[in-house]
Design a protein around this ligand. Sequence first.
Ligand code: 5RP
Length: 307
Amino acid sequence: MSWGLENRLSKIIRPDTGRTVMFAVDHGYFLGPTSGLEKPAEAVVPLAPYADTLMLTRGVLRQCIPSTVQTPIVLRVSGGNSVLEDDLSDETLMTSVEECLRLNAVGMALSIYVGAPHQHQTLKNLGKLVGKGERYGMPVIAVTAVGKALGQEITRDARYLALASRIAAEFGAHIVKTYYCEDFERVTGTCPVPIVMAGGKKLPERDALVLTKNAIDGGAVGVDMGRNIFQSDSPLGMMKAVSAIVHKGIGVDDAYAVYEDEKRAGRGGAGGGDAGASPAGAGGPGAGEAGGQAGASGPGFGDDRKL
Ligand code: 5RP
């Protein structure tokens, strides 16, 4: 592995803890103005110092994030679909490695859709990106995306997630981002590169912290989490609580207290889409689906079930 690639990886996974809290705010690449991210600058900039990396698209980076922000950047480079399509797997590489270098990114993220109609194409995207990325010392994070075509049961199954994660590693991904599932150790234990957990739909805060703890205990090196932070009623509280679990190894009760303290102090951060503020996360209308997405009243189409 080249010095540059290792150096960039060390800006994603902290050498002092061997762990990472990546803040995923790339949802707009096919969802448009997702609840909680309508104004990316307001939602992301105040939280950036507390995250180890920001994962986002080049457009949001260039337009909404000041170039003085010091948090390392991972760019989402695949896409080409919108939530209006049935098949989300028809992705291509939208942002070049040269552009990632120009923007001083420390990594590139793309989705692979194992078992979906465009599986082959997305795996070819991965192979190409790893080849080009390694030429320039740029790590690749493969996201095991599921899309609409695959049922929830199979895609939350350890056999499926182990298959998708292992395939990503076989083609050279340096980090794999995947979902938590029962028997998660089977996924982390058979993937030869570090795994970060995607947060998934908005949950009640304590449940999201339990998920984080379970993922870390199950062998993940960290999280690449979005909605459970920026849709919380205290995004900063959740960021700090998740980070304390990941980097300090604290338990769920202590982490929940960190979240509550921030919330009480009113330093919640700028996000807090309606999902977290309403009881939706606790079983209300959005809980099992879009996590309290804005839906009809919001600015976007709000269907983030396939993330
Ligand atoms: C989608 C992604 C998203 O960044 C990610 O899934 C969003 O994070 P979260 O699920 O925690 O909102 O990579 O393929």
